[in-house]
Design a protein around this ligand. Sequence first.
Ligand code: AVI
Length: 323
Amino acid sequence: AAEAGEVTPAAAPPVPPRSPPTDLERGLRRSPKFLYDDRGSQLYEQITRLPEYYVYQAEKELLAAQAGAIATHIPSGSIVVELGCGDSSKTAILLAALLRRSEANALRFVGVDVSGEALRQTQRSLARLLPELPAEQVELVEAEYLAGIQEVRARHPNAFLTILWLGSSVGNFSPGEAADFLAALRAAAGERSQLLLGADRWKSGGVLRQAYDDSQGVSAAFIVNGMHHVLRTLGHPDAGDPSLFQYDPVVNAKLQQVEMWVGATRRVADVLPGLHIEAGERVLVEISRKFTTESVAAMAFAAGLCQGGAWGGPVYGLHLLQP
Ligand code: AVI
């Protein structure tokens, strides 16, 4: 019998059996940033403000409720490193808890992001939200995550690093990619480090569907924009045609993930030489895996990490993973 979590819209085709990813999907997964061009970044920011997209607010509330408890696991003198400059108001909640506990001059924050503009924005808003943190103790590293952590380690060879990876972005990685990435992060950061990971929880019912198929169509626009970004980058003549792709998300209870598919309304010829998307063909653009405490522990174990603390409830979790 179908669980309540297996929510498929009445009009959508049944969930297809999982086939091996197409060349196009493999290509997309090799460049996960394709969703975040300027328009994609704007749309994602809009998503975080949607009433249906509970993920953002749930993490922020959890951080606010548990910052004091989490702070007790962060050694004094630890450098707090954030992967991806999300919203600095979340970061500021944790930094404020650390500042309540120790001298301002004992705290250092490093933001790592591929976007220099996002970094500078984080720096400005942290200065506003947390004026007691001296500006010279905020560092910016413009780099991919792993290169960024290597750079932080090179700058601070002996420091204890507490790395924040929030927003449940780990859910956008396949299980294998997540384990490889966490293991590589562990290797780059070294033994004197730990990771505070945000992980959205699997939940049944319509909550996930609404979060990824909102009534204003922002999620749809975000995913379809990713496809057009790819076509534009490839110089494809169909790039930008608004009727080309139809968003068709699926909540997959078996794999505990939301799958963001698009269906082609007509043939898209030569996406790459000899690679076509046929009319009616569906392409898996993004996955958002959802977790349980056990599945996070298993993912950590696969990466050679163990769980030193976990906070949260049925909606969202924060996990402290240690070498
Ligand atoms: C960034 N990431 C955690 C988002 C998510 O919830 O998987 C990306 C997203 N895709 C569609 N909506 C939001």
